[in-house]
Structure formats: C-alpha cells, structure tokens
Write a new protein. Structure first.
Length: 403
C-alpha cells in the first residue's frame, strides 16, 4: 500500500506548457489512493481547460479566494486539509512570488497558510532557470525547507535543449512518497542538538567567542522536528528565532553547555554537537571593565575548556553521537582523527576556506565520515538540505544499531 493512500494532496498548476502533465500527476496520485484538490492560477487556464483536471481528480478545481457559490476562505480550508502541497508545473513567476512573501491569489495564499510540506517542480526556459534572481529565489526557498524536484535536461517548449524541463509525472509522484515517508522516520526518537557559539567572559563587557551564527544547528533542529523527532536544542547566543515545536535552552559558556548536554543526553537517542564551542577560557574574569589607559599591551592567560564530545563519548553506550569538524587545512585527516578520538558515529567536516561553506552563510559544503568507513562528499547546498542529508545518514546508523 502506498503512503499516499488516504492522503489529501493539493496540486497547484501554473501557466506553463507543462500544465498538460498535471493531468497525469493527478491520475497517478489517484491510483495510489490519494485525494487530489487542484488549484489553477489564471494563466494556467490558458493552457488546459479546468474540466480536464476536474474529471480526473473528481474534485472541483479552485481558482479564486472567494468563489460565487462558496464564500468560505478557500486558502484556509485547503491549507488545513492538505497533507502535502505540490506545485507542478511551477513557473519562475510563482517561485519568485513565494520567495518574496507575495500572496495575491488562491495558490500563493494557500502556500502561505499551510503547515504541510511544500514541493515545487520547476518548469521554464533554461535561460530563465539560470537567471541569478531565479536561482537566488530557489536557494532561499530551499533554506526555508521547501522541497524541489527537478528540473531535468531535455527538449524545451521553445525548441531549445537544456535544463528547465519539468520532471516526469511518475518521478514527481515518487518524490512525494519520499517526502511523506521522511516526515515520520524519526518518530519516537529523541535528539539533543547544540548550536551557535559559546562566550567566555574576559570582564563585564568583553568575551572570547567565534563567528558561528547557529544557522546549521537550527536547520538540523527544524529538519529533525519535521521528521517526527523530539528535539532538545541547546544554543549559545544567536539572533535566530526559536524553532516552533522545539524545546530550546539558551546558554552562554562552554561549562553551561556541558551541564545542559549531560542533563538531557541521558534520556536521548542521540546527540548532534553542532555548536562551535570555545576551546579556551580566561583563567581570571575581571569583575570590572578593564581600562585601556596606561596599557600598551594586555596579556590574557587562558586555560583549556572541557571537551564536551570527549566526555559524552565515553558514556554514550548505544546512542548515536555526531560531531562537526571545521578546518582550514588537512580536513579529512583531522576529521578521521576526531571520529576515532571522540568515539563518534559520524563526523560532518567542512573546509572554512571554501566559498559558501562555514559560518554566517545560508549554504554549506560538507563531507560525511562515519564509523563504518563510509565517506560521502556533498555539493554546495543550503544548510537545510545539508541537515536533511545528515539525518538521512543518521537514520541508517539507527537502523544498523537497531535503535
């Protein structure tokens, strides 16, 4: 039985020549037991008559926020019943509107209102797809958790051959099944995730810290939450809003983070140590602000902070332990060393010198190394996509350990 059986799928259809393929998408969804509610934009009606979709879906095609015979708030009702919302075909226009927060028709308002996963299947000319504005909009939506399938290489409506062709209906429907399967694959699991930097005070106004913003840790927390896990997020100072549905604890210092990790690690199935923890702290913290008058130099004496990963690694039992390794050289060598010395199950390694990787950006480029010897290099992608790949790997580790 397909996971689509009994699910409500809202299908958005926009103004592209690929709109004719939406009929096959509806047909495939129906065969797998789904109920399909089509929404057409005005421009989509120029390509395919609504009767086509209505006949196949067995549901009324929706067009506007307020229809003559139904004064209900259509975008609210459709957004509430949706188990998944897919836009196929998705034009550059609809992608840009969603990325910009524009909600001026039934489809865009439904996207804004829904809490269901949103999948987008682009369809456009290759030159449009490669436009930097379109690519930036896609990157933004991916970073917010929107899922994309395609586009593919092939013959385009204009006669050109290139990337921009909408994925075939069977591939889109298979992808929808994958999305729904992944929504619950961490159900019953409890994960502790750390994020952000730590701060070690020097005096009342100064501290030692690093460039971490917490984006990677928060992306992992949101992805784990969306896949059914109970998430405990322990974060150093960040400016990111707390993820909905995640238990958040704020800390400042490495010692405070260690205590929170030890407190919650006992009842968890795994720990993802994403935080960029300060390795050293001042031996002495001045009670008053250190004044610069009369000083040409200031010498700080530092002492080593406790190694959180090393401490929990000694008592992890069957729990899954994930560490992060950010380096500027000898990346694989340092990652392998960390994997072994900390008794880790998985290391996520990234080279801080590579463009788009590391602190303060919305993207990352990492290598995954696990305790079974598997090494997987990922291309540059949004941190939410990286989080998805990490959790896919963690899922395999849980299965191997039968947790």
């Amino acid at each position: 039985m397909s996971i689509l059986q009994g699910k409500n799928i809202v299908l958005g259809i926009t103004g592209s020549i690929a709109a004719y393929k939406a009929a096959e998408i509806i047909s495939l969804l129906k065969k797998r037991g789904a109920r399909v509610f089509p929404i057409m934009t005005k421009s989509a009606t120029y390509f395919v008559h609504p009767i086509t979709y209505q006949s196949i879906a067995g549901e009324k095609v929706s067009f506007s926020l307020f229809e003559k015979k139904d004064e209900s708030l259509k975008h609210i009702s459709l957004s509430e019943i949706a188990d998944l919302l897919v836009i196929a075909p998705a034009t550059a226009n609809i992608i840009g509107k969603i990325a910009s927060g524009i909600a001026d028709d039934l489809l865009t308002t439904t996207v804004m209102a829904t809490r269901a996963p949103v999948v987008i299947a682009p369809a456009m000319n290759e030159r449009m797809y490669e436009n930097p504005i379109v690519q930036e909009n896609i990157r933004k939506l991916k970073s917010l958790g929107y899922r994309f399938v395609g586009p593919e290489e092939g013959k385009l409506a204009c006669g050109d051959v290139g990337k921009g062709r909408m994925s075939e209906p069977h591939r889109i429907v298979d992808f929808l099944e994958e999305v729904l399967y992944s929504r619950k694959d961490f159900e019953g699991k409890s994960l502790v995730i750390t994020a952000g930097p730590t701060r070690e005070p020097i005096d009342r106004v100064r501290f030692i810290s690093n460039y971490s913003t917490g984006k990677m840790g928060f992306a992992l927390a949101e992805e784990a939450r969306d896949r059914g896990a109970k998430v405990i997020l322990i974060s150093g100072p960040t400016s990111i809003d707390p993820p909905r549905g995640v238990k958040l604890y704020r800390v400042e210092t490495t010692h405070q983070m260690l205590e929170k990790v030890k407190e919650h690690f006992r009842g968890a199935d795994g720990l993802m140590m994403v935080a960029a923890v300060s390795d050293f702290r001042p031996i002495k913290v001045n009670e008053e602000k250190i004044k610069k008058e009369g000083k040409e130099r200031l010498t700080l004496e530092l002492t080593k902070n406790p190694d959180i990963l090393e401490i929990v690694g000694k008592e992890k039992d069957k729990k899954i332990l994930v560490g992060f390794c950010a380096e500027t050289k000898n990346l694989l060598q340092e990652a392998k060393k960390k994997l072994k010395s900390k008794n880790l199950d998985l290391v996520v390694a990234n080279n801080l010198t590579e463009k788009g990787a590391g602190f303060g950006v919305d993207t990352n480029k990492v290598i995954l190394l696990d305790s079974h010897g598997e090494i997987k290099s990922l291309p540059l992608m949004s941190k939410r996509e990286v989080a998805r790949e990490i959790l896919n790997h963690v899922k395999k580790l849980f299965e191997k350990r039968k947790i």
